[in-house]
Design a protein. Structure first.
Length: 526
C-alpha cells in the first residue's frame, strides 16, 4: 500500500453508482462526508471504501456551525453546545463502526466575523465534545482552523510573519488524550506550495504563505488531518475557477499543474510526519464556488486512481523561509503513520490496568469481569479521573454523595476517584439494578444508565442507545456470545435506516448484474 494521503471530501447526496464504484476502487486513507440532514447518505459505501486503517470523517453542517448560533458566552454555554452537537451526531453514527469514524466539531473558530468564539471557550467546547465521543470510541477532529492563522485574520496578516500557537497550547494534551486529530483548512491563496500559483494573466498567488506558517510553526506533537485543501474560489475573487469545473486537464496543462501542486503539498505533509490525511472538496453541495474538484469528470477519476496505485517517495522538506530563521519553535517529533490495530486490542489495553478489580468485585457481586470491564469502557473509556457534566465520577461513572439526598449513602467525589472504591460501588449498583429487575442484565444496565425508571422501558431511546453501545463494546472486546438471557436490543431508528440503506445498496447491485448479464444479452446488447 502506498503512502497516499489524498482522500475525497464529498456530499454523498449528489453521488451515484459510478461514484460509489470509483470510491471503492480508490481505497483512500480518509473520506470526509458532509450532510445537512438527519443521516449521512452512502456512509456504508464510504466505510467499505476506506483502507483498513483509514477513517471516515463526519461533518454535519448545522452542528459544526452551532445551529446558526456562533459564539460562546461562558464555559457552561460552551459545554452545552458541545453536548447538543454530541446528541445530534451520535444518532447518525452507525453501530459497530465507531472505531472507523471521526467527527468534526465547531468549524473554523476565530475566522472572519462569524467565527468570534474566544479561544479559551473553544478549548472548553472541544474538551467536552471529544470526551463525550471518545467514551464511545469515536475520535474527534479538532478546530478545523480555516483561512486564518491562529489569533490572526488571514489574508491581512503579513506573509512574512509567524503565526501564534500559544493560545491553543492546552489543546495538544486534549487532542492526544482522546486519540483525535488537529484539523487544518489549507487553501492556495495563502498556503501555496514551493512555487507560487501564477494565473494565466500573470498575477501571482500563494508561495510560502500560509502552509509553511501554519504547519511549520505548529509545535503540537499530534496527528493532523487537512480536512479542506486545494483551491477555494472565495480566495480567488472574480476568477471563476472552481477546481475541475474550470481547470480541466482536457483543456490544457493548467489542470494537471493544479493536481501536481496538490501532490507537492502532499509530499510535504508526508515529510512532516504528522499529517495522516488531506481531503479536497470533490463535489459542490450549495453551488460550484465550494467545489475544488468535480469528481464526475473522467480526468479526475483517472489521475486520482493512478496516484492511488503509484509508489510515493517521501521527499525532503522544503527549506525554511529566510525571514523565519531562528523564530520557529523546535520541530515536533514526527509521528509515524499508525498501523492497523486488531479489533478489541486497543480497548483491552485501556482496560487491562483494571481487570483485577473487575474480577475481584465482579465475583463479589455476581458479575463476570467481562461485564464489569465492558461497562467501564462504555462509561469512561478506562479513564479513572474523568467527571461527567452530570457529576458522575471515575471508571464506572458513579454519582457521588455530593449529588444529593438520593446518593447520601455513596462515597464522596474525592473517594470515587480511587479506582478500587469506584469499581466496588459500580458493581454494587449494577448488581442491585439487575436483582431488582428479576435478574435481567439488560434491564439492570438500562437502570444503571438512566436510573431505576429506565429499566422499565427497554424500548426508550435512552435505553436502546446505551444498550446498543454496550453490545458494541462487548463484541469488540471479547468477541463472544452476549451475556443476555434475551436477544440484543433491536436498535434505534438511525440503525434501522443504516441497515435499510445497506439492503437497498445490495438490491441495486443485484439489479445491475441482472440487467448487464441476463437482460441485456436477450436483446443482443451483451
Amino acid at each position: 500500500m502506498n503512502a497516499m494521503l489524498l482522500g475525497p471530501h464529498i456530499c454523498p447526496s449528489h453521488m451515484g453508482e459510478d461514484d460509489d464504484n470509483w470510491l471503492l476502487a480508490l481505497q483512500p486513507p480518509v473520506i470526509k462526508v458532509l450532510s445537512q440532514g438527519e443521516d449521512f447518505p452512502r456512509l456504508d459505501v464510504a466505510l467499505r471504501a476506506i483502507r483498513p486503517d483509514g477513517v471516515v470523517i463526519l461533518r454535519h453542517h448545522p452542528t459544526s456551525e452551532n445551529f446558526g448560533n456562533r459564539g460562546f458566552t461562558n464555559t457552561a454555554d460552551a459545554k452545552a453546545k458541545a453536548k447538543a452537537g454530541y446528541d445530534r451526531l451520535i444518532r447518525m453514527c452507525p453501530p459497530n463502526n465507531f472505531d472507523r469514524i471521526a467527527v468534526e466539531g465547531l468549524n473554523e473558530p476565530e475566522v472572519w466575523s462569524w467565527g468570534s468564539e474566544p479561544i479559551p471557550l473553544v478549548i472548553e467546547y472541544y474538551a467536552e465534545f471529544a470526551r463525550l465521543f471518545w467514551k464511545q470510541g469515536i475520535r474527534t477532529v479538532f478546530l478545523n482552523l480555516g483561512v486564518g492563522w491562529p489569533g490572526n485574520d488571514e489574508p491581512a496578516t503579513p506573509p512574512g510573519s509567524i503565526p501564534n500557537w500559544t493560545p491553543y497550547a492546552n489543546l495538544e494534551h486534549i487532542i492526544n488524550a482522546h486519540h483525535g486529530f488537529l484539523g487544518l483548512h489549507e487553501y492556495w491563496y495563502t498556503n501555496g506550495v514551493k512555487e507560487p500559483w501564477v494565473e494565466p494573466d500573470g498575477k501571482t498567488f500563494g508561495g510560502w504563505g500560509w502552509w509553511a506558517g501554519r504547519l511549520r510553526a505548529c509545535p503540537f506533537n499530534c496527528l493532523i488531518m487537512v480536512t479542506e485543501c486545494g483551491i477555494d474560489s472565495h480566495v480567488l475573487p472574480g476568477k471563476g475557477y472552481y477546481g475541475f469545473h474550470g481547470l480541466n486537464p482536457a483543456n490544457g496543462s493548467i489542470g494537471m499543474q493544479y493536481f501536481e501542486q496538490l501532490k507537492a503539498c502532499e509530499g510535504q505533509y508526508l515529510a512532516d510526519g504528522r499529517v495522516v490525511g488531506m481531503t479536497p472538496f470533490l463535489y459542490d453541495y450549495y453551488n460550484n464556488e465550494w467545489a475544488t474538484y468535480d469528481m464526475r469528470t473522467e480526468e479526475c477519476e483517472e489521475i486520482w486512481l493512478a496516484h492511488s496505485q503509484a509508489e510515493i517517495a517521501i521527499p525532503d522538506k522544503w527549506p525554511t523561509p529566510a525571514t523565519w530563521q531562528g523564530q520557529l519553535p523546535p520541530t515536533p517529533t514526527p509521528i509515524p503513520t499508525p498501523t492497523p490495530v486488531p479489533d478489541g486490542v486497543w480497548g483491552q489495553a485501556a482496560l487491562s490496568p483494571w481487570y483485577a478489580l473487575c474480577k475481584r468485585y465482579g465475583d463479589l457481586y455476581g458479575l463476570s469481569p467481562e461485564i464489569v470491564g465492558t461497562t467501564i469502557m462504555v462509561e469512561s473509556g478506562g479513564k479513572e479521573s474523568i467527571i461527567s457534566s452530570a457529576g458522575a465520577v471515575g471508571l464506572m461513572q458513579v454519582m457521588p454523595r455530593e449529588a444529593g439526598y438520593a446518593f447520601a449513602d455513596r462515597p464522596t467525589r474525592a473517594e470515587l476517584f480511587d479506582p478500587e472504591t469506584n469499581v466496588e460501588w459500580g458493581c454494587k449498583i449494577l448488581s442491585g439494578y439487575r436483582a431488582s429487575n428479576s435478574g435481567s442484565l439488560e434491564r439492570g444496565l438500562a437502570g444503571y444508565y438512566g436510573g431505576g425508571h429506565a429499566a422499565e422501558d427497554l424500548g426508550s431511546a435512552a435505553s436502546v442507545t446505551y444498550l446498543t453501545l454496550w453490545v458494541k463494546w462487548w463484541l469488540r472486546l471479547w468477541k463472544t456470545e452476549l451475556p443476555f438471557g434475551t436477544t440484543a436490543p433491536a436498535s434505534d431508528n438511525t440503525a434501522v435506516r443504516w441497515n435499510a440503506e445497506e439492503a437497498v445498496r445490495a438490491i441495486e447491485a443485484v439489479r445491475t448484474r441482472l440487467l448487464d448479464n441476463v437482460i441485456a444479452p436477450l436483446y443482443g446488447k451483451g
